[in-house]
Design a protein around this ligand. Structure first.
Ligand SMILES: Cc1ncc(COP(=O)(O)O)c(C=O)c1O
Length: 363
């Protein structure tokens, strides 16, 4: 039985007719940029989260870059970020000339909320938690710190659409929530897309300018902007995806439960889940000491896996001038060296998942 980490065609096929109808409607409309589909998606996503504004953009990376720009974060400013995250979270900071200040991960693999306060200086402008793998960070503690020190709070929600912390949606705690709709994400487009959500009228207005060359009226460029607009075809399919977001999250939660109940191998550690977080399992990470050996064994049994992420951002080659070493963030180091993501996605048959459990247990 050959098992892929993710088969997007299966996820697409779950609602194929509706996706096709939506995309064709957008194609036949004759209007492809800044149109009704995008506006409707913005309204529907804002309403789903219970926020005032959604500004649709080209990708999650653009969402982060523009979010910081809209909050006027620039060179000389520091932004607190997790040491254990995907590099795009940090690109949002460095693309604005600001400096990322890393905080190690906790036992849930999220930013250690108790490690943030000691990193705050008089240059700190914002905290940027990343709700990694579908689980929200400890937002009550993080929000309290942002309030105490008058810092901006920007949530990277690229992996946690529909996830909640103590009943409140991720993306709605701070000044801005940034989403990616990369195809594998809990809410995935059929190409690149992203969005920014906020309750702040002025920030939303600024973001609408920033994504459109800095202009509201054609050829009147009020601020220094870029081109980052979600196209109509992506918006049309995202409206369908949004309808089925909760259903998809429930499917992955059930798959995660099967793994948690089924995996009984002491060599394969399932990290604890924060009981206050409504984990939507974008990914299912396990920790294994001899990772290469484990992955090779799985491959011999026709199971493909991925690693999220083998090189933490503080060790990225492009940031080598910062001169960090692996051991600066021991938990992030451990996760980078031991993490393996097992297959989990809408459309993964239970029989395949059970096969993965059986093979893992025989390791
Ligand atoms: C945590 C995190 N932040 C940001 C991004 C960037 O999103 P995009 O790929 O849409 O630019 C990703 C994408 O994988 C991500 O996982």
């Amino acid at each position: 039985m050959a098992i892929e980490t993710v088969v997007l065609k299966r996820t697409f096929n779950a609602h194929k007719d509706e996706y096709e109808e939506a995309a064709l409607r957008a194609l036949n409309s004759g209007w492809y940029i800044l149109g009704n589909e995008m506006q409707e998606f913005e309204e529907q996503f804002a309403s789903y989260l219970g926020v005032k504004h959604c500004v649709a953009v080209n990708s999650g990376t653009d969402a982060l870059i523009l979010a910081l720009r809209a909050l006027d974060i620039h060179e000389g400013d520091e932004v607190i970020v997790p040491a254990n995250t995907y590099i795009a979270s940090v690109i949002g900071v460095t693309e604005n000339g600001a400096t990322p200040v890393f905080v190690d991960a906790d036992k849930f693999m999220e930013i250690d909320a108790d490690g943030i306060e000691e990193k705050i200086t008089n240059r700190t402008k914002a905290i940027l938690p990343v709700h990694l793998f579908g689980q929200t960070s400890r937002m009550d503690r993080i929000k309290a710190l942002a309030d105490k020190y008058h810092l901006k709070l920007i949530e990277d929600c690229a992996q946690c659409h529909g996830s909640k912390y103590k009943g409140q949606y991720a993306g709605t705690f701070g000044d801005i929530g940034c989403f990616s709709f990369y195809p594998t994400k809990p809410l995935g487009a059929l190409g690149d897309a992203g969005a920014i959500v906020t309750n702040d009228n002025e920030v939303a207005e600024r973001l609408r300018l920033l994504r459109n060359y800095g202009s509201k009226i054609k050829y009147h460029n009020e601020i220094n902007g870029i081109n980052s607009r979600m196209d109509e075809v992506q918006a049309s399919v995202l409206k369908i995806g949004l309808k089925y977001l909760d259903e998809g999250n429930e499917i992955r939660k059930k798959q995660a439960r099967m793994y948690m109940e089924g995996i009984k191998n002491p060599k394969v550690i399932i990290p604890p889940v924060n009981e206050n977080a409504d984990h939507v399992y974008h990914l299912f990470p396990v920790l294994v000491k001899e990772r290469d050996k484990f992955q090779k064994y799985l491959l011999e049994n026709e199971i493909k896996t991925q690693v999220h992420y083998p090189i933490p951002p503080y060790m990225a080659e492009c940031y080598k001038d910062w001169r960090y070493v692996w051991s600066d963030f021991p938990n992030a180091e451990r996760y980078a060296k031991q993490e393996v993501s097992l297959p989990i996605y809408v459309g993964l048959p239970d029989a395949e998942l059970q096969y993965v459990i059986d093979v893992v247990n025989r390791y």
